[in-house]
Structure formats: C-alpha cells, structure tokens
Design a protein around this ligand. Structure first.
Ligand SMILES: NC(=O)c1ccc[n+]([C@@H]2O[C@H](COP(=O)([O-])OP(=O)(O)OC[C@H]3O[C@@H](n4cnc5c(N)ncnc54)[C@H](OP(=O)(O)O)[C@@H]3O)[C@@H](O)[C@H]2O)c1
Length: 430
C-alpha cells in the first residue's frame, strides 16, 4: 500500500468532529477504498480544552489554525471553520500556495473566492475539493462534474437550504405561524449562528453560486444573484397555495444560455405534483438538466454532522486515489465570466395576495389598476380573513413581465382599501 495521506483539520465543530468520527470508525474501509491510509496529523480550533465528544490526544494540537498551512508533515488541509474571509480564507490561500491540497465545506468562502482558489490550486498542481459545501450528503458536485460531464448543461435548480425547507414544511403541517415555527426551529438548533443566512436566502445563494460554476464553467458570481428569503411568507399563503394546486418552496434557480447567466434564490410556487415539491423538512433536492440525459433529480440530507462529514471524507478519498483535476472541472483559467441576467427580465406567472378592508371598494379599485396596466388575472379569489374582519384577495397572473407586475403591485399598495403590503410570489413551471 502507498504511504499514508496525512491530513490537518481546522475547525472541530459539527463537521470537524464528524470527520474525525468517520476517519476513526471506517479507518480500514477507507484505506482499502483509497488505496492508502488516511491519518490525522494535526487539529486546530479556537478552544483547546473544549469537550468535543472525540479523543484528540493522539493528534498534534496547533493553536493557530493558520499555521496548519505550513506544516511539513501535512498533505491535505481540511478547512471547517467557516466564514467568507478572515482566518478561513487565509488558511485556504496559504495551504494551496504551500502545495497542500485543500478540502473545505465553506460555501460562503467559495461563493466569493472560488475562482481565485481554483487558480491557486492549479498553479500549485494540487487538489481543491468542496463536495460538502453544497447540499451536504448529496454528492451533487461529483454528479455534475463527473457523472454528467458528457452533457451541455443549462439548468440547475433546487432546494438547497434545509432549514427554510423545514420551516415551510412545518408551517404547512402544523398550521402554526411563521414566528412560532421560527422559534421552534431555533430551539432545535437548526438555524445558522446568523439566522439571516438561512432566512434571507443568503446560504442558498452561496450554494447556487458554486453550483452554477460547476455546471456551466463560469466564475462564481455571488454578487449577481437575486436573493429573496422567506420572512414574508405567511401560513395563509401556504394554505392558498395548496388550494391552487401549488406548494411554496425556497428554490435556487440557475439558467445558462449563450454566455448569459440568470441566478436567483426566492420563494416559488410550484405544482404540488412535482417530485421536488414533495421534498419536505430538512431535506435538500437538486434538479439538473442536460442535453443528452434530459432531467436528473437528486435528494438527500443537506446538512448535519454525518452527511456533511461524509462528503468531506469522500473528497479525501478522491485525493488519496490521486485525483486532482480542476476544482470546477475545467482548468481554472478557462472559467468564463457570464453576462448576468437581471430578475427584472423574468417573464412568467405570479401569485398576489392582498389584504383589504372594504371588499367591494377593493375589487373596483384593483380592477381599475389592472385594466389600466392591461393585466388580466387568471384566478381571483376573495376570502374572509380568519384573523379579523378584513378580506384577502388572491390572484394568479400568467405570462407577464417582472417589471409590469412590480409596477402593478406598487399601485395596488397605494389604494385606500389595501391595508397591508401586498405579497407576491413567483409561480414557476419548472
Ligand atoms: N454544520 C453543517 O451541517 C454544515 C453543512 C454544510 C457546510 N457546513 C460548513 O462547514 C463549515 C463548518 O461548519 P460547522 O457547522 O462545523 O461550524 P461550527 O460547529 O460552528 O464549528 C466551527 C469550528 O471552527 C472553529 N473556529 C472558529 N473560529 C476559529 C478561529 N479563528 N481559529 C480556529 N478555529 C476556529 C471553532 O472552534 P471552537 O469549537 O473552539 O469554538 C469550531 O470548532 C462552515 O463553513 C459551514 O458553512 C456546515
């Protein structure tokens, strides 16, 4: 058997501890599959004496994680600290510059610095791997980069944030309010330390930026992703969606066409009968379209100790086997800069929910605005609110430009009978 592969682990939280557990439990199995042993040389985290549920006594403790990049007896650095900048970024840059392969689960870092890190890996002729950064236990990076490598891809979309999928699922299953479910989700420890990453769609956007690059060979372009989270979704909208045959999901959608790239993360209403609409709770799912394979669908646990650490160790095995091809599956200097397509160019369908005081007046006023704008709703429902003596007017409008719907909603919001900011959700026929 070949010499052992020596790894250093930076970050001993949920994922770092999971990696140690797998490497210890499946030591022999991994050695067999990798063709060589994978041994932990060094570890680092913030607090040396923290109890972590694993025995660290046989591993060298390094106080400053950044120093792992310079250790002579380390072949691979595993960065599991997190954060788009700071020590994680420094460690990743220096590891690659020092000719050490790098495995990371850090989606924020890759979304912002993916192309640069890929270049560093290429210059040093080492591997950069990040299977764990997108959809945890689903091997979607390898599926796209290797399994679908014969195809031209132009569409990738999915549920890539398990926390918000859990919340939307629970709102539907229990009928409880957004705030109640948020509190319960927090108590379960499902939210990121900064909940905005989940609730405002930022975490999903980090993953979408990476998926786009892997699928389309474009440079990660986080800044041009349209991002909208789930804070404005009410349980009543989930119920109305059901009545209309839809389910609300937070999707990341990336479309590539002739050098243009549309990337967006926002709540959508989709046909309840679609496979992806049935993916509930903390699960993730991704759909990839290719010209020769048609449509493929992947589902699994998107986060948590086991699934995420499993993806990290799979990357280690890959490197141990000698695979060190380009991080985004084409040479880093061949990654292109796609022309971003704005959300304002979207043409499609919308769900609008209005809360109104005087129903008759509201219908008259709304109809006037819609007629002036040349908009004809396909569905217009009127419901008494369960909370007070107001009414809900629910509309679906098909085949309209994003700017036209925004303009109409702005005008409707000005009407005297409308007592709450209208809610609009894009309907996708994916
Ligand atoms: N958790 C998941 O399910 C999941 C899924 C996919 C991807 N990821 C990604 O995986 C990475 C790690 O996530 P996690 O959930 O394992 O995070 P975590 O539980 O918060 O652990 C972070 C670790 O980093 C250490 N750390 C923080 N600042 C440090 C510093 N300045 N120097 C050295 N060590 C430092 C912490 O040390 P102490 O323990 O001493 O405080 C801790 O061990 C992140 O990039 C995350 O986005 C996580």
């Amino acid at each position: 058997m070949n010499d052992p592969l020596r790894v250093a682990i930076a970050g001993l939280g949920t994922v770092g501890v999971g990696v140690i557990k797998i490497l210890e439990k499946h030591k022999d199995l991994i050695a067999e599959r990798a063709g060589r042993e994978i041994i932990i040389s060094s570890v680092s985290a913030r607090r040396k004496n923290q109890e972590r549920g694993v025995d660290l006594s046989s591993y060298r403790w390094v106080d400053n994680a950044a120093d792992l990049a310079g250790l002579a007896d380390v072949d691979i650095v595993i960065e599991l600290i997190g954060g788009e900048d700071g020590i994680a970024y420094e460690l990743c840059q220096n590891s690659l510059k020092n000719y050490k392969s790098l495995v990371t689960a850090n989606k924020a870092l890759l979304a912002h610095h993916g192309a640069e890190l890929a270049n560093l890996a290429q210059d040093s002729n080492v591997a950069l791997r990040f299977e764990a950064a997108v959809a945890g236990g689903i091997p979607i990076i390898k599926a796209i980069g290797e399994g679908l490598a014969a195809n031209e891809l132009n569409l990738v979309y999915g549920i890539i944030n398990g926390t918000t999928n859990y919340m939307l699922s629970q709102m539907e299953a229990t009928g409880k309010s957004y705030d109640q479910i948020l509190e319960e989700t927090d108590a379960l420890g499902y939210l990121e330390a900064d909940p905005a990453l989940d609730l405002d769609g930022i975490d999903a956007a980090h993953k979408l930026a990476i998926l786009s690059s892997v699928a389309f060979g474009t440079k990660t372009d986080f800044d041009n992703i349209y991002i909208e989270g789930i804070r404005h979704i009410k349980t009543i909208d989930i119920n109305y969606a059901k009545e209309l045959g839809f389910r609300i999901k937070l999707l990341g959608i990336s479309k590539y066409e002739n050098g243009t790239l549309s990337q967006r993360v926002h709540p959508v209403m989709i046909d309840r009968n679609l496979a992806i609409a049935g993916v509930m709770d903390g699960f993730n799912a991704i759909v990839v379209d290719g010209d020769f394979i048609d449509r493929t669908f992947y589902q699994g646990r998107g986060a948590g100790e086991g699934p995420t650490a499993s993806a990290v160790v799979a990357d280690l095995i890959d490197i141990a086997r000698g695979h060190k091809g380009p991080a985004f599956f084409i040479p880093a200097d061949k990654l292109t800069v796609a022309k971003p397509i704005s959300i304002n160019q979207r043409h499609g369908a919308y769900y609008i929910r209005l809360n109104v005081s005087d129903l008759d007046l509201a219908i008259t006023e709304i109809t006037t605005v819609l007629n002036d704008a040349g908009i004809c709703p396909d569905v217009m429902l009127q419901k008494a609110s369960q909370d007070d003596d107001s009414f809900h007017v629910i509309m679906t409008i098909y085949e309209i430009q994003e700017m036209a719907i925004k303009d109409a909603v702005y005008r409707i919001n000005e009407l005297s009978s409308v007592i709450e900011t209208p809610l609009s959700i894009r309907i996708e026929s994916l």
